[in-house]
Design a protein around this ligand. Structure first.
Ligand SMILES: Nc1nc2c(ncn2[C@@H]2O[C@H](COP(=O)(O)OP(=O)(O)OP(=O)(O)O)[C@@H](O)[C@H]2O)c(=O)[nH]1
Ligand SMILES: [Mg+2]
Length: 311
């Protein structure tokens, strides 16, 4: 039972608020092997504790810089913050990992903040397939806010909406034309829109382009009208207003059926990821060397073998 004591130590450590245990638990959770099941069971009761804030948007718009600012503001309120960032050293976004590390450096000695970058391997549509397990660890650690930064490339951008409660779509004035061309999918998942780098020229045009793309003020009023704010993560401008919008969205989810609807969708997504992981795990453990020999020797065909194992 040596293997399990490692897991139960990590579970107890996380509950105690031990930061090294959080790190170990996250690694176990990210691996998604059988060992992680105990962890999931122990931590599932904290489901829904934190506001999970997804930050998405094109590479380089300032998602990490903005996250760092938000973390500081939340810390001022004495809230515990976790952050999961898809490792931007992946070839897709051009390797600014070191830059990210430097920007979030100021928080590393603070036990009220836990930042982990997620390898992009094993990703399903821009999200790690164990992201939910990692979220559970951070919720059990007592995080009030969990920021999830994802790389936003086309369709992948919308994947974050399956894990987050509040989706923040970040853009900049420099991406004027891209705003015009923003895909319908992106416009639909954003709960808040942020024009970062508002210290640069073109801020007002970017804000009004987004507003008109959203059709704000035109159609019948929606229950939640996505606010569009201009901020500068560099200069620290507009952040208090953004924070107020984030709070307002959290309140909206708590007070309307929308919150429960999202939580249900998250559970549905997590269940399906878990079941496919587990089926795959169980399946692989049943394939013997003899089965493979039989395939090579044409004693059985692939489909029949698979059906037999799945039975
Ligand atoms: N002028 C200006 N530059 C900014 C601002 N915020 C971030 N930057 C700069 O923009 C660059 C990218 O910032 P990041 O925070 O790494 O952006 P990101 O969206 O996390 O980038 P990826 O993770 O690689 O997609 C850096 O050089 C930042 O210094 C801002 O408000 N104004
Ligand atoms: Mg980043």
């Amino acid at each position: 039972m040596k293997k399990n004591s490692k897991v139960s130590d990590a579970i107890a450590g996380v509950k105690r608020g031990d930061i090294a245990s959080v790190s170990r638990a996250l690694t176990l959770a990210a691996d998604g092997r059988q060992e992680a099941d105990e962890l999931l069971k122990a931590f599932f009761k904290d489901l829904g504790r934190a506001q999970k804030i997804g930050l998405c948007g094109p590479p380089g718009v300032g998602k990490s810089s903005l996250s760092s600012r938000l973390i500081s503001l939340y810390r001022k309120r004495n809230l515990k913050v976790g952050m999961l960032a898809v490792d931007p050293s992946s070839p897709i976004s051009g390797g600014s990992f070191l830059g990210d590390r430097l920007r979030i450096q100021e928080h590393i000695s603070d036990t009220g903040v836990f930042i982990r970058s997620i390898a992009s391997r094993g990703m399903v549509g821009g999200l790690s397939n164990t992201i939910f397990s990692q979220i559970h660890v951070l919720e059990a650690y007592g995080c009030d806010k969990i920021l999830i930064e994802t790389v936003g490339i086309g369709q992948d951008e919308v994947a974050i909406a399956r894990a987050a409660d509040t989706v923040v779509y970040v853009t900049t004035p420099q991406l004027g034309d891209e705003i015009q061309a923003m895909k319908a999918g992106v416009m639909e998942i954003g709960d808040l829109f942020v024009v970062n780098k508002a210290d640069l020229e073109g801020r007002d045009k970017a804000v009004s382009d987004i507003r008109s793309a959203l059709g704000l003020g035109l159609a019948a009023p929606r229950v939640w009208e996505p606010p569009v704010s201009a901020v500068s993560a560099r200069d620290g401008l507009g952040l208090e207003l953004l924070l107020a919008d984030l709070d307002r969205h959290e309140k909206y989810l708590k007070e309307t059926p929308e919150g429960r609807r999202r939580l249900k969708n998250q559970c549905r997504e997590e269940l399906s990821l878990y079941v496919s992981r587990r089926l795959y795990r169980d399946f692989l453990s049943k394939v013997s060397e003899k089965d493979i020999e039989d395939l090579v020797d044409h004693k059985i065909n692939l489909v029949d073998l698979a059906s037999e194992i799945l039975k």
